[in-house]
Design a binder for this molecule. Sequence first.
Ligand code: FE2
Ligand code: FE2
Length: 263
Amino acid sequence: MNVLFIGDVVGSSGREKVGDILPVLKEEYSIDFTIANGENSAGGVGLTKKTAEELFASGVDVITLGNHSFNRKEVVDIIDHPRVIRPANHPDIVPGKGFCVVAPAKSVEGVKEIAVINFLGRFNMPLVDCPFKTADNVLGNLSKRNPGPPVIIVDFHAELTSEKQAFGHFLDGRVTAVIGTHTHVQTADEKILPGGTAYITDAGMVGSGNSVIGVEKAEVIKRFLTGLPAKFQVAKEDIILNGVVLTIDNKSYKCTEIKRIIR
Ligand SMILES: [Fe+2]
Ligand SMILES: [Fe+2]
């Protein structure tokens, strides 16, 4: 089977790009299941019911989040949707859930369920529990299901490349793929780790290719020049979609290939 993971979708122009390109990618790569990071889908920060529904209508199966999960108060209207997840290492009292187990809409031989788990790193990020220990707990809980989901995709939303690589190796052989998000800059280190887990430090974003991580350049430069607060606007020109396609063997459930997408 083929799983498409789309990096952080930025604003309405990012959502429109997903709507335009996703059907093409599904056809071209025979995509069975699509995951997108939606933490920037509402005006550049956060997720709302409207932006989530738009992504679902475009063909996204599961929406993951990150450090901007709760930037919009309207997120409460969608956070309990069965296919919306926020980082699992928030304290339990935080609304929402950190993983979901769903059936692919298209029937895939041998794969009845896919688990998607979201974690947040701990550097330059909100206060959260240890992602490593939380991952042990979540995977322990998933293994108690009978049968356990054969395919497990992890979105690790983090800033530090070292933390992301360490997390990939920590989960190597225990999950199908560890896909990094958050930096909005796609890295060229996609690989299959020694234990069989597919890995990339960052999938990238769906946003302006002529911007600073999806934001209008001028205001960001001004902020770096002055150190003063600035109001950021989503950049709307030259929108590119970044993501990865995972090819997963229907019998071993191992990822045989991870391919970067830039459109
Ligand atoms: Fe982001
Ligand atoms: Fe982020």
